[in-house]
Structure formats: structure tokens, C-alpha cells
Write a new protein. Sequence first.
Length: 29
Amino acid sequence: MNYPPKIAVSKVVNSLKFVSFKLVRKKNI
């Protein structure tokens, strides 16, 4: 499966944002 570079980058960025969001919520609780 070959993705265009932009799509691959956006997927990585979205996953990183999701992980950082979860970490921030854990710290705030």
C-alpha cells in the first residue's frame, strides 16, 4: 500500500496529536 507523502504525514501528525491529547488529559486528572 503506497500512500502519497502528504497523506502519510497527515496520518502521523493526527496520531501524534491524539497521543499527546491523551497524555495531557491523564496529567490533568
